[in-house]
Design a protein around this ligand. Structure first.
Ligand code: SF4
Ligand code: SF4
Length: 321
């Protein structure tokens, strides 16, 4: 039986209701279209999805970014964000106004027709790349992300390395993402990063900067999987029992605002996927951003929030410890 709720847990540990503190990062979902259909995708993305951000919405976002220098980073996600036909336009425009740009890239997108220019384009614009590689073993990656994904991902990383990505101390950052293959917490990030670095270099000669470990959120495809295996309660109890009060300070909704493909606003990507918009007293779309309050908004929380505070904590940029 599930006997806890996230708001009650916060209260029991002496935390006031969760609120944002600043907006340092605008995380922008460019659409649900993707060339892959990974087993644990929390976006339910795939090749048949039609939701895609328009150039008009991008222009509204660019207006907000120009007016708000405190928003330093634009974090582009999808689906495969590069499959949006206006991806290059948005990246160039964000860079020209001095924003740090992150591309959450699945690596295999580089091999699609019309997308082979991407590695050079991203390098030329000094875009930070965060790419999923849930294991350094082919069998495990292909099982989770699709047949042939591992070998194409390695080929893509080799190309990025040749362009200068992944060099220690360089200015082209390439970070990898690990998420568990089943209903358990990720291992300790630093130790796993050391294993990844040694294994990927000795087996395949490839380099990266940081490894981010991310906890699987009990939503969408992963939730369906948990229900299908009869493991939902067990997994949620694991997240609840692993609650780490130190992680609460840095959960990403404190410093990030998430924009949907249609311009609607959310506290984070997970709330976006659940279709839980920002608190109803707040502006609901990016077009209304300047009407105020979003920086210190109350955050809309649910049971899935335990995924951010379990163990070492989890965010789109890895553990929170
Ligand atoms: S590559 Fe990313 S967005 Fe695409 S299906 Fe896999 S997890 Fe989802
Ligand atoms: S799931 Fe979203 S709203 Fe909940 S704690 Fe994590 S970042 Fe915040």
């Amino acid at each position: 039986m599930l006997t806890s709720s996230f708001s009650r847990t916060l209260e029991e540990h002496g935390f006031p209701p969760l609120r944002a503190r600043l907006i340092h990062t605008l995380q922008v979902n460019l659409g649900k279209l993707c060339n892959q259909t990974c087993q644990h995708c929390h976006v339910d993305a795939g090749p048949s999805r039609t939701e895609i951000m328009t150039r008009e919405t991008m222009d509204i976002i660019l207006g907000v970014l120009r007016r708000h220098p405190e928003i330093a980073t634009v974090d582009l996600t999808g689906g495969a964000p590069e499959m949006n036909p206006h991806f290059d336009y948005l990246v160039s425009a964000c860079r020209s106004i001095g924003k740090t740009v992150i591309d959450r890239c699945n690596l295999t997108v580089f091999f699609l027709k019309g997308k082979t220019h991407l590695p050079e384009f991203l390098a030329g614009h000094r875009v930070e790349i965060i790419a999923s590689l849930p294991c350094y073993l082919e069998e495990n990656v292909d099982r989770q992300r699709g047949k042939g994904v591992f070998s194409r991902s390695l080929e893509a990383v080799r190309h990025l390395n040749a362009l200068g990505y992944g060099k220690e101390g360089g200015d082209l950052a390439l970070h990898l993402v690990y998420n568990p293959s089943g209903p358990h917490l990720p291992p300790e990030q630093k130790a796993l990063e050391a294993d990844y670095r040694a294994e990927l270099f000795s087996r395949f000669g490839i380099r990266f900067n940081r490894l981010y470990t991310i906890t699987n959120m009990p939503i969408n495809r992963f939730l369906d999987d948990l229900h299908a295996q009869g493991q939902y309660e067990q997994y949620l109890n694991l997240l609840i029992e692993s609650f780490n009060p130190h992680a609460v300070e840095n959960v990403m909704c404190r410093s990030l605002l998430s924009v949907g493909w249609d311009g609607r606003l959310y506290d984070c990507d997970f709330n976006q996927m659940l279709d839980w918009p920002v608190d109803r007293t707040m502006p609901q779309t990016i077009a209304d951003f300047d009407s105020g309050g979003l920086t210190t908004r109350p955050v809309v929380i649910g049971q899935h929030c335990y995924g951010c505070t379990a163990g070492a904590g989890s965010s789109c940029n890895g553990s929170l410890d």
